[in-house]
Design a protein around this ligand. Structure first.
Ligand SMILES: [Zn+2]
Length: 185
């Protein structure tokens, strides 16, 4: 963890100045997890929570490109770096379970999800921000149109949160979770 902070600071990619916190050339806002949970719960009332996923996927892809450009990060390291940034940002601890280069697929777990902790067990997946970042980093890695679905979530009663990332066309839209999480995005 400290390694990534050191590297970012050395490359002047993490700075804190008067009223401004920037990481990888993007203004950052610190807020309690409860703030994001409040917004997401309001969106859930209108079934619009996938907006959180959409926002994370868009900004995450941009971040990934910045990382690649600034640090000339090798493709292999890019996913690890991306996940370190997610960890640094306080979403939990991502663990890459599998990268299938041939079929352009990834499985990424999220341990200790702070969103799931804040929600508690509500019987549904809640890590829309994280799966957005997982999709984004895969976009940059595979140069393809990737999507992520959280198949296991602590808030759904699972032991760990797990995202399956693959090309949009490869998801089975008759699956309930896929339908729920990729609709309208
Ligand atoms: Zn989760």
């Amino acid at each position: 963890m400290f390694d990534i902070v050191k590297k970012l600071m050395m490359a002047r990619q993490l700075s804190m100045e008067e009223g401004r916190l920037t990481m990888l050339n993007q203004n950052i806002l610190m807020m309690p997890v409860a703030g994001l949970v409040t917004i997401q719960k309001e969106l859930e009332k209108e079934n619009r929570q996938n907006l959180i996923y959409l926002a994370a996927r868009k900004t995450g892809a941009w971040w990934g490109e910045q990382m690649k450009g600034t640090f000339r990060t090798k493709k292999e390291d890019l996913v690890k770096w991306g996940m370190d940034v997610v960890s640094l940002a306080g979403y939990g601890k991502p663990v890459i379970i599998n990268i299938d280069k041939e079929n352009k697929r990834m499985i990424i777990n999220l341990e200790n999800s702070t969103m799931a902790e804040e929600y508690g067990n509500v019987g549904r997946c809640v890590d829309h921000m994280f799966r957005g970042y997982a999709a984004a980093i895969s976009d940059v890695y595979f140069h393809d149109n990737m999507d992520a679905v959280e198949v296991m979530c602590k808030s759904k009663g699972d032991k760990v949160c797990q995202c399956v990332v693959k090309r949009r066309t490869e998801f089975d839209f008759s699956n309930k979770l896929v339908k729920e999480q990729l609709q309208g995005v």
